[in-house]
Design a protein around this ligand. Structure first.
Ligand code: HEC
Length: 140
């Protein structure tokens, strides 16, 4: 094999190897950690879904177990939800619908959650990771 062909083959093998590596499935532990990170540090789900103490901090013992919404819009929003439902253990919604809500904002028969629940647009892998993390938590 001449040198150029040899180098070409080598580069191809290395690139193919990297591409394969990046498609590697996440382990269960990695998926849960990704979900925890997105919930705690990006989506700030606890701001609404966890009750606050008198210091305005989320109560860890009731982590994501649902809470009244503590603020109101400055103008009237007809379908405003006063309560953020519990999401620890996802007691009231199927995993499939929860993934769909986080990916598209829509679930089931063209339904949407009411404001102030944000209309997230997570990618599929991240939505699955968030749902796996929520499922792993103790429901109330
Ligand atoms: C600004 C407040 C707010 C934030 C932040 C928020 N939510 Fe919500 N969420 C709500 C409210 C309010 C509801 C209830 C909506 C309704 O009743 O239609 C809700 C409902 C839900 C539901 C449906 C629960 C059920 O049983 O039907 C899921 C799932 C959910 N939220 C997940 C999340 C996740 C995951 C995050 C973070 C990535 C998040 N929410 C962040 C306010 C919020």
């Amino acid at each position: 094999m001449n040198r150029a062909v040899y180098l070409g083959v080598l580069v191809f093998v290395v690139i193919a190897g990297c591409a394969k590596e990046s498609k590697k499935e996440m382990t269960v532990a990695e998926r849960l950690e990704r979900g925890r990170y997105l919930v705690e540090n990006v989506g700030m789900c606890a701001d609404c879904h966890t009750p606050m103490n008198e210091m305005g901090e989320p109560v860890r013992e009731n982590w994501l177990q649902g809470s009244p919404i503590l603020f109101k819009p400055v103008f009237e929003v007809p379908n405003w939800a006063d309560v953020a439902l519990p999401i620890a253990g996802l007691p009231n919604i199927s995993e499939e619908n929860a993934v769909s809500v986080l990916e598209t904002g829509v679930y089931g028969d063209n339904q949407r959650l009411r404001p102030p629940m944000p209309q997230f647009r997570l990618n599929h892998e991240d939505a699955v990771a968030v749902v796996a993390y929520l499922k792993s938590l103790r429901a109330e």
